[in-house]
Design a protein around this ligand. Structure first.
Ligand SMILES: CCCC(=O)Oc1ccc([N+](=O)[O-])cc1
Length: 285
């Protein structure tokens, strides 16, 4: 109380600053204030559970696995659909499911209709998976999700599909193409905040002909970032990767949850021996 009186005295009576006062929490903030170690940890603050979705019980995509926080005391969570790449199944990326869900997201790792589906099809399948999560009466997590806070991610052709989905549905809150592969190079229609993660040594989707032109073509009026991982091959997302996870968490928290507590990890641009290049549109607005 003495500190408040001091502040009032120093500001001539106007309440310009009161030490100890906290900014109001945003309505979608979930979990405690983040630290460098909390976003690098293998698990976040939420306990999680998972459930399998059979391909026979859905249409428009190939089923998959849903990971979700078990906590129902904090309201609903945002949801993220994630697609694997060409000839791959969700099992190649499954480490990401509990890693992201334990930070406070419902995560749907999908399988595709066929192993050979191209990026445009993978984009439609990501959107069908989100629609299933929030609309289907068969979705066991529907009540846990805020249907206005949805996002997409994917690896390789799944990353190309992530761009397709973001382009087709501007109401998405965030997109993260990972080592994205797509024959379409211009994404000037994308309005969804997009973080592209590329591998410096990727020989299948070289960053010079995939991630970098994709990033450049997204207008700078769209929040965007390009993170290139030092010496990483095309397959870096298929094993646990702390740099990738911590910035995915930060981007998703910032844009799905409007959680400005994560701004500190995104702006100014992160610098690390693990990051060979980083481009952004900081400051975040
Ligand atoms: C796990 C496979 C990731 C992926 O999608 O890799 C490829 C991307 C494109 C081609 N291709 O155009 O032939 C092949 C693999």
């Amino acid at each position: 109380m003495a500190k408040v009186f001091l502040a009032l005295a120093l500001t001539g009576g106007s309440v310009a600053y009161a030490p100890g006062a906290h900014a109001a929490a945003g309505p979608y903030e979930r979990g405690p204030a983040p630290t460098e170690s909390s976003i690098e940890a293998a698990r976040g603050p939420f306990a999680t559970a998972q459930t399998s979705v059979s391909s026979l019980s859905v249409s428009g995509f190939g089923g998959g696995t849903i990971y979700y926080p078990t906590d129902t005391s904090q309201g609903t969570f945002g949801a993220i659909a994630i697609s694997p790449g060409y000839t791959a199944t969700w099992s190649t990326l499954s480490w990401l499911g509990p890693r992201l869900a334990s930070q406070g997201f419902v995560v749907f790792g999908i399988n595709t209709n066929t192993l050979y589906d191209q990026p445009d099809s993978r984009g439609r399948q990501l959107l069908a998976a989100l629609d299933y999560l929030v609309r289907s009466s068969s979705s066991t997590v529907r009540s846990r999700i805020d249907s206005t806070r949805l996002a997409v991610a994917g690896h390789s052709m799944g990353g190309g599909g992530t761009l397709e989905a973001a382009n087709a549905r501007p109401s998405l809150q965030a997109a993260i193409p990972i080592a994205p592969w797509n024959l379409t190079k211009i994404w000037s229609g994308v309005r969804v905040p997009t973080m592209i993660i590329g591998g410096q040594a990727d020989a299948i989707a070289p960053v010079a002909t995939h991630s970098q032109p994709f990033y450049t073509s997204i207008p700078s009026s769209t929040e965007k970032a390009y993170m290139e991982l030092t010496a990483a091959s095309h397959f870096f997302p298929q094993t646990s990767n702390t740099t990738m996870a911590k910035y995915m968490i930060s981007w998703m928290k910032r844009f799905i949850d409007d959680d400005t507590r994560y701004d500190q990890f995104l702006c100014p641009a992160p610098r690390s021996i693990a990051i060979s290049e980083y481009r952004d549109t900081c400051p975040l607005t």
